[in-house]
Write a protein that binds this ligand. Structure first.
Ligand SMILES: *Cc1c(COP(=O)(O)O)cnc(C)c1O
Length: 363
């Protein structure tokens, strides 16, 4: 092959998706697999969504609304923020790409945590920028060090809060100081894909700061608590000038119409969101406490998953019993993994499986 792709792509590998459910079933000869590796909503989707999608199928031959007006309208009344501040996208992942496309020139820098959502770094590298990563402090963003890492080449700084994969949040007062200290010519990207799961008093409501800090961009998604991961729809809230730049680089019809109809219906069912969040909090406390008894520690989570670590061989045991988790690395531990919080039934099963392992070991 003699046609060369851009030099920036040389060091980039496609995102590793892990084994499929079918592969796991075949490999271990089991009939049920519980996928707890991608932080999807284990309680499914609001029942209102299905009806909205069925109705919308009457219009499959038409292009979608390129301005996503109904979704923007709903979001605007939901948050009491003017429509011009919203940008709806093909998953919030798309906004990450639009941000780097619009703001990262060759050799520009973007500051981010060392252990965070991998798409920040990839998108920066694709544009020829430099990803400056800052080590974690107990699984948390080290905001002081991140601030020190900002130079006159820095264009973007990413804060994932709650952070994927560690599940942690940054303390309210620390984040306030950080936002206030970042120079106004650097965009602060707050990725809040899991914000509906955070119930700590120490979690900062960034939405209230939008008027005060023009360089603040907040990303949220319908993929997690709203249970619409397969449809690909997310959104950002930002200064209208930033939204204007992103509109220039996005595809014309970036969000399909079934996703738009689903998102409108999903936003109408806030009861579903509250119930999922409440159940998740109960199960988060339950599983982290029970894990601890079994010598499996985890970072304090404010999301719908735990980052767990242990010296016991639990990952293989879980996998062969049909529980899919995502393997991670943590120095000092033989095994680290991210597990999406399941239903109470899932957790009883998981604890039984892991408990067996401990029993076998003890004998
Ligand atoms: C899941 C996730 C997203 C986005 O997902 P989309 O499906 O593209 O909306 C963004 N950021 C983080 C940290 C996530 O975990």
């Amino acid at each position: 092959m003699n046609v060369k792709a851009r030099a920036e792509l040389e060091g980039i590998t496609p995102y590793a998706l892990g084994q499929t459910i079918e592969e796991i079933k075949e490999q271990y000869g089991i009939t049920t697999v519980r996928k707890l590796s991608d932080n999807e909503n284990v309680y499914g989707t609001s029942p209102l969504v299905r009806q909205a999608i069925i109705q919308e199928t009457a219009n499959l031959c038409l292009y979608p609304d390129g301005l996503t007006s109904k979704v923007v309208g709903k979001l605007s009344s939901h948050y009491q923020i003017e429509p011009k501040h919203f940008l709806v996208s093909n998953g919030s992942e798309e906004i990450l790409r639009l941000l780097t496309r619009a703001y990262i020139d060759k050799n520009d820098e973007a500051v981010m945590a060392e252990v965070t959502f991998p798409r920040y770094k990839t998108n920066v590298l694709i544009e020829g920028g430099k990803a400056v990563t800052v080590p974690m402090k107990n699984g948390r963003h080290d905001l002081e060090k991140m601030l020190e890492a900002i130079t006159d080449k820095t264009k973007l700084v990413f804060v994932c809060n709650p952070n994927n994969p560690t599940g942690t949040i940054v303390a309210k007062h620390e984040l306030l100081t950080f936002i206030d200290s970042v120079p106004s010519n650097v965009l602060i990207i707050m990725d809040e894909a899991y914000f509906e799961y955070a119930d700590s008093k120490d979690y900062l409501d960034t939405m209230s700061l939008l008027g005060q800090y023009e360089n603040l961009v907040i990303l949220r998604t319908f993929s997690k608590i709203y249970g619409l991961a397969s449809l690909r729809i997310g959104y950002g809230i930002m200064h209208e000038k930033v939204a204007g730049e992103l509109h220039k680089v996005r595809d014309v019809f970036n969000v399909n119409q079934l996703a738009q109809a689903a998102a409108v219906a999903a936003l109408e069912d806030q009861k579903f969101v509250k119930e999922c969040s409440a159940k998740n909090s109960i199960e988060r406390d339950f599983l982290s406490a029970k894990f601890k008894e079994l010598k499996i520690d985890s970072f304090p989570s404010q999301s719908n998953f735990l980052y767990a670590f242990t010296n016991k061989p639990v990952i293989q045991k879980l996998t062969e019993n049909g529980i899919l988790v995502r393997q991670m690395q943590l120095p000092g531990y033989k095994e680290a993994f991210r597990i999406t919080l399941g239903t109470h039934e899932d957790h009883e099963f998981i604890l039984q499986v892991v408990g067996q392992l401990f029993h076998e070991r003890a004998v």
